[in-house]
Write a protein that binds this ligand. Structure first.
Ligand code: PLP
Length: 431
């Protein structure tokens, strides 16, 4: 049981459960994978979040990735305050949308044309619709343990949330939708080749997390993404990189920059909203010309391109664009990696730690992790103890083995040292 006081959180959770499904608006927040009750948050600043009972935590969830500058960054807050005074939504074009789109294209040159939406789910769902419209084909390939939001047809072997609850396929998704989704193991180029050689002319697109962040953190084997790029080009299949998580996290230019692969389409979200609800999809101009009103593929949104969301995104990308920012982010992430590995070694506990830029995961297994099946070999009961031990010591990790952790620019050397101490004590306790 937790050593910290969580009285107010518990009362609020009881109240929430009477009116909101499971008391939460996104399933993994309910702590079911790790036991116990969720902490309710009062505020957040820099690397820390504070719960309603007055406890503070060094935060590696960072709203599931977006808060790469740390919470409540003064420049973002100031820009938002000013933007609020000009009105919060117009449902008409603004200069801000073009400004953010141009910034995105400069950093992700493969995104020649960009459409703003309100979430990652909307970005992937729309990108797939456009790819289908463009190719006039129906089938979609995705990979086990990759999550692309909760659109029907993508909720097949979808990693984190679904994995956490052991229901890879959600009821409510018509079999007719899911039957057009082909699911393959990640990092298995031979399996991919077999399918596209056999069925290529029916496959509209391949959607992939180039580094899988929704089963922890799984890196592509050398040559895997290159192989997928080659085969999709050969069969005129649209290659969609879902960089909603990896964008601005694996590197400034995402996984496509780090691995030097040019996808046909890219989905972004999380970081580009600077903590407000945003998604974006874009890609080759011949494909994006399909999107309404330029083309026949319909996709719309009352709040799309919202001025507050655009403002937070622009301000965040502006700070990320400074040359020293990524040096610092990478150095902090590498320091955390070393510290956590060292804590595990000293405590004599077997872990596998993976990191891609500012995303990371600790698995409790001695097996290398190449795909979702490998990730499931991690001892989730041990993870649950790790999670609670860290929370008790003032460190907030994602409440599931199958989620990535994130570093921010606001985390200090002292925060990293404190995290390492907490990890060492927790590992000792587990042992
Ligand atoms: C978070 C995420 C999504 C979904 O984004 P939402 O904003 O939660 O709808 C899609 N794809 C990936 C890779 C993600 O990490």
């Amino acid at each position: 049981m937790s050593k910290l006081k969580h009285t107010k959180s518990l009362a609020l959770f009881k109240k929430a459960k009477r009116i909101i499904p499971g008391g939460v608006n996104s399933p993994v927040r309910a702590f079911r994978a790790v036991g116990g009750n969720p902490i309710f948050i009062q505020s957040a600043k820099g690397p820390k979040i504070y719960d309603v009972d007055g406890n503070g935590y060094i935060d590696y969830v960072l709203s599931w990735g977006p808060m790469i500058l740390g919470h409540s960054h003064p420049a973002v807050i100031k820009a938002l305050q000013k933007a609020c005074e000009r009105g919060t939504s117009y449902g008409a074009p603004t200069p801000l949308e073009t400004e953010l789109a141009v910034m995105i294209r400069k950093i992700y040159p493969s995104m020649e044309i960009v459409r703003m939406v309100n979430s990652g789910t909307e970005a992937t769902m729309s990108a797939i619709r456009v790819a289908r419209g463009f190719t006039k084909r129906d089938k979609v390939i995705k990979f086990e343990g990759c999550y692309h939001g909760h659109a029907d047809g993508l909720l097949v072997k979808a990693g984190s949330g679904a994995a956490t609850f052991g229901v890879p396929d959600s009821p409510g998704v018509p079999r007719d939708y899911a039957k057009n989704t082909i699911t393959l193991p990640y990092n298995d180029l031979a399996a991919f080749k077999r399918i596209v050689e056999k069925d290529g002319k029916h496959i509209a697109c391949v959607i992939i997390e180039p580094v899988v962040g929704n089963s922890g953190c799984i890196l592509p084997r050398p040559g895997y993404l290159e192989g997928i790029r080659k085969l999709t080009t050969k069969h005129d299949i649209v290659l969609i990189f879902d960089e909603v998580m990896t964008g601005f996290r694996v590197s400034f230019g995402g996984a496509q920059k780090a691995f030097r692969i040019k996808p046909d389409m890219t989905c972004l979200g999380k970081v580009i909203g600077g903590g407000l609800p945003v998604g974006a999809y874009g890609g080759r101009s011949d494909i994006m010309k399909m999107v309404s009103p330029e083309g026949p593929v319909y996709q719309a949104g009352t709040l799309s391109g919202n001025p507050l969301a655009m403002t937070a995104g622009i301000e965040t990308l502006r700070i990320l664009s400074r040359p020293e920012t990524y040096k610092q982010l990478m150095a902090k992430s590498a320091a955390l990696e070393e510290a956590l590995k060292d804590a595990a070694r000293r405590a004599g506990i077997k872990t596998k730690f993976y990191r891609a830029g500012t995303m990371f995961c600790t698995y409790f297994t001695d097996k290398e992790i190449y795909n979702f099946t490998d990730a499931k070999s991690s001892d989730t009961a041990v993870f649950a103890k790790y999670f609670s031990g860290m929370l008790d010591r003032g460190v907030n990790l994602a409440p599931s083995q199958f989620e990535a952790g994130f570093m921010s620019l606001a985390h200090s050397g002292a925060d990293i040292n404190k995290t390492a101490r907490a990890a060492y004590e927790t590992f000792k306790e587990i042992k």
